[in-house]
Design a protein around this ligand. Sequence first.
Ligand code: DQA
Length: 143
Amino acid sequence: MRVLVLNGPNLNLLGVREPDVYGTESYAALVRRVQARAAALGVDVKIEQYNGEGAIIDAIHGAMGRYDGLIINPGAYTHYGYALHDAIKAACIPALEVHLSNIAARESFRHTSVTAPACVGQISGLGIAGYEAALAYFAEKRP
Ligand code: DQA
């Protein structure tokens, strides 16, 4: 089971960025936790972060035929990134959308996800544990 984790804009600033909302753990800590959980589950994981929508789309295209699952936190593109929605659909790789914060409990513009309908489901509000839960989902789906 090969899983690609794609993180979108501003997630590189984790730990510094609005710690009251996103927590005090750094992006490096997120990467370490995801890698550790993937190893424990026997999942082959790669984690990438991009600030531009085009770069995320290129990464999704590049994942076609190479990965069995996609875990994506599209950051603010979640709320208006129609091209990202189309890329997830086009790639035909089962995807889970993850958000650190509970987007349903925040500003109204965050209540809509245009990318979630292209995904199998969405995990929101569990912090880094949301990525770990998404990995566990894919580990269970292992052929
Ligand atoms: C986020 C939620 C988005 O609304 C926001 O723009 C982000 C992070 C989250 O992980 O909670 O950048 O995707």
